[in-house]
Design a binder for this molecule. Structure first.
Ligand code: FES
Ligand SMILES: [Fe+2]
Length: 454
């Protein structure tokens, strides 16, 4: 496929133009978000950041953790986003609930740490008030010293909504928000073959990057920059012919082909990158008789054969899903790349106080396995010796982005994003201009603007 065909931004590059409308690979209808510039102050203004606190973060579904991390009554995790902190805890009845991590007495934080297990309720360290796992008040220290009317107020923990999709626990501070699965639009249906509930987090690396969280979302939501910043993957990644789909509620998807080189290269013979990708799935590049364009289908067939040999049922996957990146954006801050072997979740959270920083989690989920011959796609940056058994919860590894360690691809972006943050703050910057390749960015900001009342 050449880059020269007339480009239609309403259509871009469907992965399978013949796909029936009910197929998971069907191209979604075009959504017109206009072509106006994106106002730059959203990336640095403290005032904008404070408005996001109430207009955005307090109204959306925020991903807090995985259910397998809190299997028993009293098991909890502490989820932080911006200046908020939530206790997500399993009750004696087995139900997972979420509460503001705030004591109703004088506002102290109840629990520190990331995760843990409690035996006798939730006790505040300030004056020893105690709450049951379902948030109800159980003990007020020196109760007789309070005026009765003071204790007539609500003494229970402030509960927030908590809903679970495929093992992912989400919380929402807005009692009127639509249900989580409704917010997720086509994703719950599209994700079924991947069995995300059975996957386990096998690696979680966290770092604080020197940019606004939206610089992060924007940067990872387009492949337009790949030829400049990550040219090393062009031999195995068709950065240009992505299918981009825009859905309701700010959700977007990009399907981008792996095992197919970028049209910017136009190789006539198999390149080392393609050969390596073939070898990974047990194909011998030296005896391969096909052309460069035949590699992707050959890799798909080889992967399907090997899955069959290993007793895995991949029959629900389309061929393209075996090689390509099917990448979903869950508004406002999750990018989820789906592959049969595992998933890559990028999580962008605002810094508590600084609009010029964000907390970035790079998370790899996989189907637990002993057989090390099944690997997640190399772009995820999983170390060779990683434990794929999923038996012990993965510790969060905190790294300094300046020292690297997130994987080559991510290390390239961390440097870039610092430069973008500086540039967008210049008085000389007039606001982003988007191509059709960057439609996901435009769709994200259009939804954000609706939340912000812009
Ligand atoms: S602030 Fe929690 S018991 Fe006083
Ligand atoms: Fe990048």
């Amino acid at each position: 496929m050449s880059m020269n065909r007339a480009y239609d931004f309403r259509v871009n590059w469907p992965i399978n133009p013949a796909a029936p409308a009910d197929s998971h690979e069907a191209k979604a209808p075009f959504v017109d978000n206009g072509s106006g510039p994106i106002s730059p102050e959203r990336y640095y203004s403290l005032d904008w950041m404070e408005r996001e606190r109430t207009r955005l973060w307090a109204r959306v579904w925020n991903w807090a953790g995985r259910v397998e991390d809190i299997p028993e009554p009293g098991d909890f995790l502490n989820f932080r986003i911006g200046r908020e902190s939530f206790i997500v805890i399993r009750g004696d009845d087995g139900v997972v609930r979420a509460f503001f991590n705030v004591c109703p007495h004088r506002g102290n934080r109840l629990l520190g740490g990331e995760t843990g297990s409690l035996a006798n309720g939730i006790t505040c360290p300030f004056h020893n008030w105690r709450f049951a796992f379902d948030g109800t008040i159980e003990h007020v220290t020196d109760r007789e010293t309070f005026r009765p009317e003071a204790l007539c107020r609500d003494l229970n923990l402030g509960e927030v909504r908590c809903e679970i999709w495929e093992g992912f626990i989400f919380v929402n501070m807005d009692p009127d928000a639509p249900p989580l699965v409704e917010h997720l639009g086509p994703l719950p249906e599209h994700a079924l073959p991947y069995r995300l509930a059975d996957m386990r987090i096998i690696r979680r690396v966290q770092s604080v990057w020197e940019a606004n969280w939206k610089v992060g979302v924007d940067g990872f939501a387009e492949a337009y920059h790949v030829h400049c910043i990550h040219p090393q993957i062009l031999p195995v990644f068709n950065d240009y012919h992505s299918q981009i789909d825009l859905y309701p509620n700010g959700m977007t998807r990009a399907i981008t082909k792996f095992a197919e080189e970028s049209p910017r290269l136009e190789s006539v013979e198999l390149t080392p990158g393609l050969k390596a990708m073939m070898a990974e799935v047990g194909l011998d590049p030296e005896t391969f008789e096909g052309t460069v364009a035949d590699v992707r289908p050959a890799v798909q067939q080889a992967k399907r054969r090997r899955a069959g040999d290993l007793g895995l049922d991949w029959s629900a996957f389309l061929d393209g899903q075996l090689t390509d990146d099917w990448n979903y954006f869950i508004f406002p801050n999750i990018l989820l790349g789906l592959h049969p072997e595992g998933a890559n979740l990028l999580y962008f959270r605002p810094h508590p106080h600084d609009p010029r920083r964000f907390v970035f989690d790079v998370i790899i989920l996989m189907h637990p396995q002993k057989d090390r011959s099944i690997r997640p796609p190399a772009y995820m940056g999983l170390p060779d010796d990683a434990d794929l058994s999923g038996e012990t919860p993965a510790e969060t590894i905190v790294v300094d982005w300046r020292e690297g360690g997130l994987g080559e691809l991510f290390d390239q972006d961390s440097n870039l994003f610092t430069q973008i943050q500086e540039g967008v703050e210049s008085l000389g910057f007039r606001g982003a201009i988007l191509s059709g390749q960057e439609q996901r960015v435009g769709h994200f900001h259009a939804e954000l603007d609706r939340y912000m009342g812009e």
